[in-house]
Design a protein around this ligand. Structure first.
Ligand code: PMT
Length: 403
């Protein structure tokens, strides 16, 4: 991973997590990034500008009213210079000022004046983070395409435990490095399916599964970062559309996912099936809520098999490069290899699922198989795992087209 010659503008706002940003400058410099630091006035109460100056090797700016720097419109020059702006820590105050488009200090002015993608790493007390005002501001920023990095959950400097911890320096650095992508899927159209499907029983009940959509959303983001034009077909999940994804299609049932994926596949080069598609659906969906009989007789549901999306595609004479997932609780390798050949796939990414594994978790591990090879991708955050998977997919896809 390299950030050589990448121009990163690090904004530091007022919060105790500012001390972690000193480490962040070091980590960015480890990857040869060119880092300029801009602090808010409040930030200087936590860490001095001299510290950041020494770590970045560049002068640090705090005020918009620096006569010398502004003689040549310094803030505009800095806004144009930046390839990425990362604000870490991002306090509740700066999130609010960004959400409302204020330009009342150098850092917020730069954010408005720059075309560079903006990344924010929130850090605050868990009660503040949960506050409706903060959440509304964050949502506004997200919808405008601002990239949210964290926060993480855990012990806080104030003694509380909960959401609001700033991500660690290496996580922020890796996210920035990954944001430049490697262009390995440039010019390609990729469909990614993600999340569960819900098969309705009646107006209040359904058959679902534990997929959160996190793995599939991470894959969609990684494919977008690698330069692909990405269509994300998502089951019912509560996740924001990852930055860079071209189109998101929300579905509920396996039949809807089947229809949407097949429609999009005609134009696609690659289909990555990370969704946990329901294998069965009730034969009939009751128009009204099924009532308890209280006679101890129980209830039997007649289920029919859903069509297999991957198998339907591979049966077509021309179809995208097919990457399946396999979620297994045992004999992962052998079941995955069986699915690879039974469904006619080009690759399959297998994961062990169970308590705290695969489903819902923030991290995951995959074993990836193709006709004449395999690779183990050890347990790591889903975003990073997705990036590694996309590297493999890009290599196998190019090899298949070259041969
Ligand atoms: O969403 P998360 O909480 O992050 O969890 C991630 C995950 C565990 C759901 C993900 O990593 C994963 O393994 N997804 C595939 C889950 C699954 O349904 O596996 P499967 O072994 O039942 O299906 C094999 C493949 O066939 C999958 O690619 C699936 O999308 C596809 N399939 C299944 C049924 C069907 N009717 N049509 C299909 O195309």
């Amino acid at each position: 991973m390299s950030l050589a010659q990448r121009r990163i503008l690090l904004g530091v706002s007022g919060g105790i997590a500012a001390y972690k940003s000193c480490e962040l400058v070091r980590r960015l410099r480890d990857l040869d990034a060119d880092v300029r630091v801009v602090m808010t006035e409040s930030a200087t109460h936590f860490v001095s500008a001299t510290t950041f100056q020494a770590l970045s090797g560049q002068s640090v700016r705090v005020s918009l009213w620096d006569a010398q720097a502004e003689a040549a419109m310094g803030h505009i020059e800095l806004a144009r210079w930046a390839e990425r702006i990362l604000i870490a820590p991002a306090s509740a105050d700066i999130l609010a000022r960004l959400a409302h488009g204020l330009a009342d200090d150098l850092l917020t002015t730069l954010c408005l004046a720059s075309a560079a993608p903006l990344y924010v790493a929130p850090a605050m007390n868990q009660q503040m983070w949960a506050h409706a005002s903060v959440q509304t501001n964050v949502e506004t920023l997200r919808q405008r395409g601002v990239h949210l990095l964290g926060p993480a959950s855990g012990d806080q400097a104030c003694g509380d435990v909960g959401n609001g911890r700033m991500l660690e320096a290496h996580e922020l650095r890796d996210a920035l490095a990954a944001s430049f992508g490697d262009g390995s899927l440039a010019g390609l159209k990729v469909i990614v399916s993600a999340g569960p499907t819900y098969e309705d029983i009646d107006p209040v009940r359904f058959i679902g599964n534990r997929s959160s959509g996190r793995m599939g959303f991470a894959v969609a983001q990684a494919a977008a970062l690698a330069g692909a034009q990405v269509t994300l077909v998502a089951g019912p999940v509560s996740l924001a559309t990852p930055a860079g994804v071209t189109q998101r299609i929300d579905v509920r049932s396996a039949a809807q996912m089947h229809a949407e994926v097949l429609a999009a596949a005609a134009q696609a080069d690659i289909y990555i099936a990370a969704a946990a598609v329901g294998d069965f659906r009730p034969n009939e969906v009751s128009a009204h809520k099924l009532k308890k009989t209280c006679d101890g007789a129980g209830l039997s549901l007649q289920l029919s098999e859903n069509p297999d999306i991957l198998a339907s595609l591979s049966a077509q004479p021309t179809h995208p490069f097919l990457v399946g997932f396999a979620a297994e609780t045992q004999d992962v390798a052998s079941y995955a290899k069986q699915k690879l050949s039974r469904k006619g796939l080009d690759m399959i990414a297998a994961n062990q699922v169970g308590e705290g594994l695969g489903f819902e978790a923030a991290d995951n591990a995959l074993s990836v198989y193709w006709a004449d090879g395999s690779i183990d991708l050890p347990r790591v955050a889903k975003a990073e795992l997705a990036r590694q998977l996309i590297t493999q997919v890009a290599q196998r896809y190019r090899a298949s087209r070259a041969g």
